[in-house]
Design a protein around this ligand. Structure first.
Ligand code: NOJ
Length: 542
């Protein structure tokens, strides 16, 4: 049997470089800081790291606004530091994925400086420019995810330009083939340096509707947020025209053709559309992206029914494609808080934090674990005066933005958390210092040591890494499914609540419990499975 590619079923540890480790005393993490902590990453037993943007940027969106796609921002280090990171990670058997933002650049990018200067320069058509309506208002009703309209006026051209995010993140015009070629060349630059893969930011936003048609209004009861707050006017529209255009599929194929020239290199597309699961399935089919991930498990609903419905929905539409799941990242409230806040859960506990790691690593697909998830960190409460995220500042106090999940990693329990000798760019909460890496290292029962044990155990279970998934009917709060690979079938059960539960096992199952995962485990008692609070159960079905 041919060996599966490394990324199928891989655990990918996401590093937000600003908040990992500061080695040059400016309060912001950097690439040498990542190198200095690679042994921590290796101790987790993960397969790869995904490093959020570290490229030249004015940092209006903390690096997702890029002014030079081919260089490292001095805040984070140099290209030589990046090459060293790559070598040091590879020496430890860790693959390196970088974050590439194709759909937009910073307004400080030289391309935009040129493009905005007038209507007849070589880059005049590299961004999305449009004339005003006769009454001077923007060409259509499109909105920015980060608040306000999606169009900003440029006096030099007497035209508007499009931005789906901040006004300082102008949208590139992918209808122009020269833009596509230039962006693919930028990817080639990093592939040639030896990166193992790329997380492709907002990949379904690359094309817009060339006719600039208005988005239809969405009725109030359907205005649910998926990666953006539901009281954001962005939720008032169906985003039929500003993203996920049919032309984007050919771009996914061009991307794949490029990556196929670099054996082992993988793509992970971030997808947020009106039907993210459908788009995810479509974008990873055939010769398109290798993996896709969406915000569908990064929402508030944590019921077993919701998780089952989400995974089944995707599975029913995905043929040969491969999903990737995440419960936390740099854009949403940390999972132990988000899923403990009255939506059926209870106060965060270590058992809950351990269970979440096991849960996301037991679904079919690859996994992104976000820095701090291995420590069971709760969301930080950042006061208004200390907020840095423009998205949070725009929608405060209803939505506090993304700073609460971006605070520095607590390496030690010291006042500076072992992160930086100076005041860090975001504060470290006391509760995080108490859960530092140093404290948890020393405690065999800590979330950190449990996560290490579980990840190593999982990587030795091919059925969990690569098997199929099929759900079994079970009442809340039980989530039950089978994973199957060849002749091997494993039953996986989670008690998603903070109270013990019993679940009558399906008739006719002969089970052999699998242990070694080190989590609070259920036990079979007659025909019942008894699960402790946030308990798990893995058993081979004979
Ligand atoms: C998605 C990224 O995850 C988010 O952090 C960023 O602000 C937007 N894309 C814009 O690049």
């Amino acid at each position: 049997m041919a060996t599966a590619p490394w990324w199928r079923g891989a655990v990918i540890y996401q590093i937000y470089p600003r908040s990992f480790l500061d080695t040059n005393g400016d309060g912001v993490g950097d690439l040498p800081g990542i190198i200095a902590r690679l042994d921590h990453v290796a101790s987790l037993g993960v397969d790869a790291i995904w490093v959020s943007p570290f490229f030249t940027s004015p940092m209006a969106d903390y690096g997702y606004d890029i002014a030079d796609f081919r260089d490292v921002d001095p805040l984070f280090g140099t290209l030589a530091d990046f090459d060293r990171l790559l070598a040091e990670a590879h020496a430890r058997g860790i693959r390196v994925m970088i974050d590439q933002v194709l759909s937009h650049s910073s307004d400080q990018h030289p391309w935009f400086t040129e493009s905005r200067a007038g209507r007849d320069n070589p880059r005049a058509d590299w961004y999305v420019w449009a004339d005003p309506k006769p009454d001077g208002t923007p060409p259509n009703n499109w909105l920015s995810i980060f608040g306000g309209g999606a169009w900003t006026w440029e006096p030099r051209r007497e035209q508007y330009y499009l931005h789906n995010f901040l006004s300082s993140q102008p949208q590139l015009n992918f209808h122009n083939p020269a833009v596509r070629t230039a962006m693919l060349d930028n990817l080639r630059f990093w592939l040639d340096r030896g990166v193992d893969g790329m997380r492709l930011d907002s990949i379904n936003f690359c094309f817009h509707d060339a006719q600039l048609r208005d988005n239809p209004a969405k009725p109030a009861h359907l205005r649910v947020g998926r990666g953006f707050s539901a009281d954001n006017p962005y939720a008032y529209q169906y985003h039929h025209y500003n993203n996920t255009q049919p032309e984007n599929l050919a771009l996914m194929e061009e991307l794949r053709a490029l990556f196929d020239r670099y054996p082992g290199a993988t793509t992970l597309g971030e997808i947020s559309s009106e039907d993210s699961l459908g788009t995810m399935a479509e974008y990873v089919t055939g010769k398109r992206l290798h993996m896709g991930y969406s915000f569908e498990l990064l929402v508030e609903d944590r019921s077993a029914a919701y998780i089952r419905q989400t995974v089944e929905n995707l599975e029913s539409r995905m043929s040969d494609g491969w999903p990737c799941w995440a419960l936390s990242n740099h854009d949403v409230q940390r999972a132990v808080t988000r899923w403990s806040d009255g939506t059926g859960g209870d106060a965060p506990t270590d058992d809950f934090a351990r269970q979440l790691v096991a849960l996301v690593c037991s679904l079919r697909g690859s996994v992104c674990l976000y820095q701090g998830e291995e420590l069971g960190l709760p969301e930080a409460d950042v006061p208004y005066e200390k907020l840095r995220d423009p998205y949070g500042i725009a929608f405060w106090p209803n939505f506090k933005g993304r700073d609460g999940c971006r605070t520095p990693m607590p390496w030690t329990g010291d006042a500076d958390a072992g992160f930086s000798p100076v005041e860090p760019w975001l504060p470290v909460p006391d509760a995080h210092r108490a859960r530092s890496v140093a404290a948890q290292d020393a405690d065999p029962d800590s979330v950190l040591n449990a996560a290490r044990r579980f990840l190593r155990w999982r990587s030795a279970q091919p059925v969990l890494v690569g098997g199929d998934i099929a759900f079994i009917d079970a009442p809340e709060p039980v989530l039950a499914f089978n994973r199957t690979l060849g002749d091997e079938r494993v039953l996986v059960v989670f008690n998603l609540s903070g109270a013990a539960v019993s679940w009558p096992l399906p008739a006719g199952m002969t089970l052999r419990a699998l242990d070694g995962h080190g989590l609070a485990a259920g036990a079979v008692d007659g025909g019942e499975l008894r699960l402790p609070p946030h308990g798990v159960f893995f058993a081979r079905i004979d």
